[in-house]
Design a protein around this ligand. Structure first.
Ligand code: CA
Ligand code: CA
Length: 507
């Protein structure tokens, strides 16, 4: 039985908004033991608060003088009292104390119903780039503009967790890049040896000027500079994009130019390779070059191609090479459907990502933007940008672990079922910071109560318990396994009063 917060979407939405600070949105499942009713709530992370104040609710039967004495003993000053909210007090944390320690002291005193740090709140993090603000970038945040609300990758929610992958080098194997573009320049990789920005496989030089435009379009989706007040924003606001020019002014190249750029990427520090290109021909040479990337832990992102075909039966390469560092990406629309010309395949396409009318940077000038193009070429860099953020967040994980996070985070939308391995569309927020949920495991009536926590792999989480929904106590702390879960058996459940449980990430 999976008791996801989806069971109450309206409430979940309402309460999520004000708590979207970094690491601050954790879904919390309350379980009412007697009836097994499930509800959801959100709680800010305990590391996101103003450290100089706490909020204290005096007990109804607490003598005001006794409480005053307690304040004085702890050198804690009452800054404000809200008489209309049962006397709730804002208390200044004395010097040399921490908000958490002093709050714990109040809770222990028995004088208060609760004492908690003054948790920070702020509006969801949205960048000021004009094409984001006006809704043109529907794939990042879709409120229903000419399409379906939430047919997007939940980028603002994810950016609250992390928006910069400034230390991650992503090689864009394409037609080059307009590296002077106003919305790309700051995110273009610089070769420390020659000051160049990549490799031109046709000339053997570092001249990566984009004579076609395709590479500049792709680069803007992946990593146009976010929140700089200009143009668009990439999936990653900050990243280092290396250009591997393997396609010429007509957008054509060969396996040898592709391999030469892959070798350059491998030997110059790239962690991800984006290949928005395809061919109907299997090549042993290319597959061996991808294996060399795999052995170096580099992820290879391939567009699935634009033939409107099932590539399980009509393969396209590199998407269809069976190598575990390849992520193959189809194109989704603003209605959350498979784009009409996107390739698909239950085995050979891994995930879908926005690829229709994607506003991005273009090469005619340094301030040129367009949204006239559609295709899996734009879906692949959505995924490459997402992977860059995942690598920045989980630097010690292997390429398989990072890819698993991406795949496990997919939004399961009906139109993608059976069309790709995940049956879903990229959701950056779920990949970067999976929701924490609790589910009741079925047990016999006489047996102790069992819960399963899910929250993504290798994550330290705490299960809290309460009888009154006011004072919560941690009852179990553990790290989730590779499958993203751990189980909790409550030995006291057979003879204790009604209790509620919630799960949060450990501070
Ligand atoms: Ca959304
Ligand atoms: Ca921008």
């Amino acid at each position: 039985m999976t008791l996801e917060t989806k069971s109450n979407p309206s409430r979940q939405k309402k309460i999520r908004k004000p708590t979207t600070s970094w690491a601050a949105v954790f879904l919390v499942a309350f379980l009412l033991l007697q009836t097994s009713r499930l509800d959801s709530n959100a709680k800010p992370a305990s590391n996101a608060f103003h450290d100089d104040q706490i909020l204290v609710m005096p007990r109804k039967d607490t003598n005001a003088k006794t409480l005053l004495l307690f304040h004085a003993e702890h050198k804690a000053e009452v800054v404000r009292t809200f008489e209309g909210i049962r006397g709730l007090q804002v208390v200044r944390v004395p010097e040399g104390e921490t908000a958490e320690r002093i709050a714990a002291a109040y809770e222990k005193s028995g004088l208060v119903e609760f004492a908690e740090p003054d948790y920070a709140i702020h509006a969801a993090l949205t960048p000021n780039d004009p094409y984001f603000v006006d809704g043109t970038l529907w794939g990042l945040n879709n409120t229903g503009q000419n399409g379906k609300a939430d047919a997007d990758i939940d980028a603002p929610e994810a950016w609250d967790v992390l928006n910069s992958a400034s230390n991650i080098v992503v090689a864009v194997l394409d037609t080059g890049v307009r590296f002077t573009h106003e919305d790309l320049a700051a995110n273009i990789w610089v070769n420390p040896n020659d000051g160049g920005h990549g490799f031109n496989a046709f000339t053997g030089t570092n001249d990566v000027a984009d004579e076609n435009g395709h590479g500049t379009l792709v680069s803007g989706v992946l990593g146009a500079v976010g929140n700089n007040g200009k143009g668009v924003t990439g999936v990653a606001w900050r990243v280092q994009m290396m250009a591997g020019k393997c396609l010429d002014s007509s957008g054509s190249g060969s396996n040898s130019t592709l391999i030469a750029c892959m070798e350059y990427a491998r030997t110059n520090g790239a962690k991800i390779v984006n290949a928005s290109l395809d061919s109907p021909t299997f090549s042993l040479a290319v597959s061996n070059a991808i294996l060399a990337l795999r052995d170096a832990g580099i992820i290879f992102v391939a567009s699935a191609g634009n033939n409107g075909a099932n590539i399980d039966t009509s393969p396209r390469y590199p998407a269809c090479y069976e190598i575990d560092n390849i992520v193959s990406v189809g194109a989704s629309t603003r209605l959350d459907t498979v784009w009409s010309l996107s390739n698909f395949g239950a085995t050979n396409v891994d995930i879908f990502a926005p690829g229709e009318q994607i506003q991005t940077t273009w090469s005619p000038s340094d301030n040129f933007y367009t949204s006239i193009f559609s295709g899996t070429s734009y879906s692949a860099p959505y995924v490459s940008g997402a992977l860059a953020l995942l690598l920045a967040r989980y630097p010690l994980e292997t390429h398989q672990q990072i890819i698993s996070r991406l795949m496990n985070g997919a939004d399961h939308v009906p139109d993608f079922a059976g069309k790709c391995v995940t049956g879903g569309r990229l959701n950056l927020r779920n990949a970067l910071s999976p929701p924490i949920t609790l589910a009741v495991l079925p047990t016999a009536a006489s047996q102790p109560f069992q819960l399963r926590l899910s929250g993504g792999p290798n994550r330290l989480c705490v299960i809290d318990s309460t009888t009154n929904l006011i004072s919560w106590l941690p009852v179990y702390t553990n790290t989730t396994a590779a499958d993203g879960t751990f189980d909790f058996t409550d030995p006291a459940s057979t003879n204790s009063p009604r209790r509620f449980f919630r799960a949060v990430a450990a501070p």
